[in-house]
Design a protein around this ligand. Structure first.
Ligand SMILES: [Zn+2]
Length: 298
């Protein structure tokens, strides 16, 4: 059976697996993301990734699978197609030629996209947005990212950055964001922001912060729903899923208050459905999409 070699590159861990055409994840392996010390940390990290990928590919015959394409989700920013990546949370890679290096190493057609866009795509393929043609997928963890599927297609935008919901302003004149603006979602509702506001890790936040964070997310997705004529937001990420029901209740209440225009009324925000497999399923969807195979959404 043909499969995608799916790769998820994060600041704390690297993950790879083989993903079948119906979205089953096989031969999954993870390693912690290397931390400095080497003479060339960029190459050291790539060597670690290459070894991980080789180990997964070596498991393919026993699983009855044949990798035919490589799909990758990676933190941004990046140039379109992931030809050069500079993930904010991976200091070793600045302008790193990820797509070309992986393609050379795997000898597979290789497609790279932003990890939040990948996750959004995967949620529509096999997760909480399955069967829905118009939705926004969001990740609320250390940072805040997202991707938008409209008319069944993932939006790319001029530079490949469409769906970057973390920089919608939800608190005019609010906290300074890493992007330079004030009051972005990321500056007010990310794990990093919550820790800065409360002086404690986001996981220790009290009910007021949980509710405030939910309201801000509801405000952001409500604006997106009004703008783009969509009625579903799926939210992943350690902060959102860790906060759980009270967070989603606050987000839904704010969404109800924000989406008053007829076509957006009744918009729903719900937790992502793929859990820890979301990033790899999303990376696989990037691979299938790159090959031009239709990833069935809606
Ligand atoms: Zn910003």
């Amino acid at each position: 059976v043909d499969a995608v070699l799916a790769v998820d590159i994060g600041g704390t861990k690297l993950a790879a697996a083989l993903v079948t055409p119906d979205g089953a994840v096989r031969a999954r392996r993870t390693v912690p993301t290397a931390v400095g010390g080497e003479r060339d940390p960029a190459d050291a990290l790539f060597g670690q990734l290459a070894a991980l990928v080789e180990a997964v590919v070596a498991d393919a015959p026993a699983a009855g699978l044949r990798p035919i394409v490589c799909g990758v989700g990676c933190g941004g920013p990046m140039t379109p197609g992931g030809d050069e990546v500079s993930p904010i949370n991976i200091a070793a890679w600045r302008g790193f030629p990820l797509r070309g290096r992986l393609a050379d190493h795997t000898r597979l057609p290789t497609f790279v996209d932003n990890d939040a866009k990948a996750l959004a795509l995967g949620e529509g393929w096999r997760g909480a947005a399955a069967g829905v043609r118009d939705y926004v997928g969001m990740v609320v963890s250390t940072g805040v990212g997202g991707g938008i599927v409209l008319d069944g297609r993932l939006l790319d935008g001029a530079g490949g950055n469409a769906g970057h919901i973390g920089h919608i302003i939800v608190v005019p004149g609010g906290r300074r964001c890493g992007c330079g603006a004030d009051g972005c979602v990321e500056a007010e509702a990310s794990g990093t922001a919550i820790a800065a506001i409360t002086g404690r890790p986001a996981a220790d936040a009290g009910p007021e912060i949980v509710a405030r964070t939910g309201r801000l997310i509801g405000l952001a997705v409500g604006s997106v729903a009004n703008l783009l004529d969509l009625r579903l937001a799926v939210v992943a990420g350690s902060v959102a899923l860790g906060f759980g029901d009270p967070f989603f209740a606050a987000a839904q209440a704010q969404l109800d208050a924000t989406c008053r225009i007829s076509f957006a009324r009744g918009a729903v925000v719900r937790p992502a459905g793929l859990g820890e497999l979301g990033p790899l399923v999303g990376a696989a969807a990037v691979g299938w999409r790159g090959l031009g195979r239709h990833v069935e959404i809606g």
